[in-house]
Design a protein around this ligand. Structure first.
Ligand SMILES: *Cc1c(COP(=O)(O)O)cnc(C)c1O
Length: 400
């Protein structure tokens, strides 16, 4: 029995080269219509900010998107020269920290604008010199100012304020839907909002709109055209696609744009999640497996124990319903997933030994288990599968 490392074997392998290549691929898809901001929030979708943020910058990203000022400060330490957009906006009292780390906040509440203004002034920023982006609520009801309230809010951007309205931002919440009706309605509200901004005599540089689905559905061109009509440039903010996963589009998506098929072929998964067989036992017919004996052996079986459980982010609903890859073959999960372990049926797989590498998510031989497979098995989405991979699971870079 041999483990290459004397640690509990549950880790993810991250390929920084894949992130670099994915960024270049997406930037090329957006060009010449839009710039691409790389979303690295939530510890780079669970992939590890320290590995991923520098990789996308090497791939050419000038802009990183994170959720909070805390995440922005972490990203600043890693990427001294990147522009960093804090998508969730500053919480009360955080504006001085945002200014100290040159973080570009999204703002939409009067108090946020007032706090940022005071923080920028305290840091000796002159008139109209500290860039901020304004979020418009075009239908998601999550963040942002209502289009009809923009004119009043814009009065806070006075010529004497240190704040410079650099970008107008909204989120497209249904770019993966078939008929595109919601997105068309959001474009109408967005255009109305841009007219209000122009009428206020403000001239932002960026129209900051949309995520992976918007980019892959081909919205860079219409967004670029809308931005150009107001003397702006479009920016799109993919996250999931950067990590090599194409969002699932509505099956009714009429006339799937060729960009989606191109992305399926061109993007490379950046993450593989692995463990090892840490125990093997043969159990007789009638033996039960795991908590509450939800699995009963119908014949003599070989059970492989793996060092991955729900505390590592392995969804408990996968018990008795999913597989992992062992020696290039699919081994069913039997019994309930435990906090730190799970059990595999390796009866049919020849020569399994303690120490064998097991793939939870990724490729082994000719078999692949994707984040979409995990999501489909547990009724969720790949975003949640990635972000639930536990903090005790080491993120290890691999170069290939
Ligand atoms: C998370 C997020 C994104 C990225 O979304 P993906 O679907 O992962 O590409 C873009 N914009 C905003 C506002 C977000 O919250």
């Amino acid at each position: 029995m041999s483990f290459p490392k004397s640690k509990r074997p549950c880790w993810v392998e991250i390929r920084p080269h894949a992130l670099e290549a994915n960024y270049r691929f997406l930037a090329a898809q957006a060009a010449p219509h839009a710039e691409v901001l790389a979303v690295v929030k939530a510890n780079a979708y669970g992939h590890g900010l320290a590995l991923c943020a520098p990789a996308v910058v090497r791939g050419g990203a000038c802009w990183l998107g994170v959720t909070s000022v805390e995440e922005a400060v972490e990203a600043r330490v890693l990427c001294a020269d990147a522009r960093i957009l804090a998508i969730g906006g500053p919480m009360p009292g955080q504006s001085p920290e945002a200014v100290a780390h040159n973080v570009t906040p999204l703002l939409w509440e009067p108090w946020q604008i007032e706090e940022m203004e005071a923080a920028a002034r305290a840091a000796d920023y002159g008139p109209v010199s500290y860039p901020v982006h304004l979020e418009i609520d075009t239908g998601m009801s999550r963040q942002g100012v209502f289009p009809k309230e923009i004119t009043a809010l814009l009065k806070l951007f006075t010529p004497g304020s240190p704040l410079r309205l650099e970008g107008i931002m909204t989120h497209l919440y249904a770019a993966d839907e078939g008929d595109g009706g919601a997105t068309r309605q959001q474009f109408v509200l967005l255009e109305e909002s841009l007219r209000a901004v122009a009428a206020a005599g403000l001239y932002p540089d960026w129209l900051n709109v949309g995520a992976s689905a918007a980019l892959l559905a081909g919205l860079a061109e219409p967004l670029g055209a809308l931005a150009a009509r107001f003397g702006m440039r479009a920016m799109i903010r993919p996250g999931l696609a950067l990590y090599g996963v194409v969002p699932q589009f509505d099956p009714a998506f009429d006339k799937e744009p060729p960009s989606i098929a191109a992305a399926r072929a061109g993007l490379e998964p950046a993450l593989a999640w692995k463990t090892r067989i840490v125990g093997l036992r043969t159990i007789p017919a009638g033996a039960t497996v795991g908590y509450n004996g939800t699995f009963v052996a119908s014949e003599s079986m070989k059970i492989g124990l793996v060092a991955a459980g729900y505390a590592d982010g392995l969804d408990r609903h996968l018990g008795n319903h999913f597989q992992m890859l062992v020696r290039g073959q699919r081994a069913p999960l039997v019994g309930r997933v435990c906090m730190d372990h799970a059990m595999l049926d390796v009866t049919e797989i020849a020569d399994v030994e303690v120490g064998d590498e097991v793939v939870i998510l990724g490729t082994q031989g000719s078999e692949t288990i994707t984040a979409q497979d995990h999501a489909a098995a547990t009724g969720t989405i790949p975003w949640e599968v990635f972000t639930r991979i536990g903090s005790r699971v080491a993120r290890i870079p691999v170069e290939e």
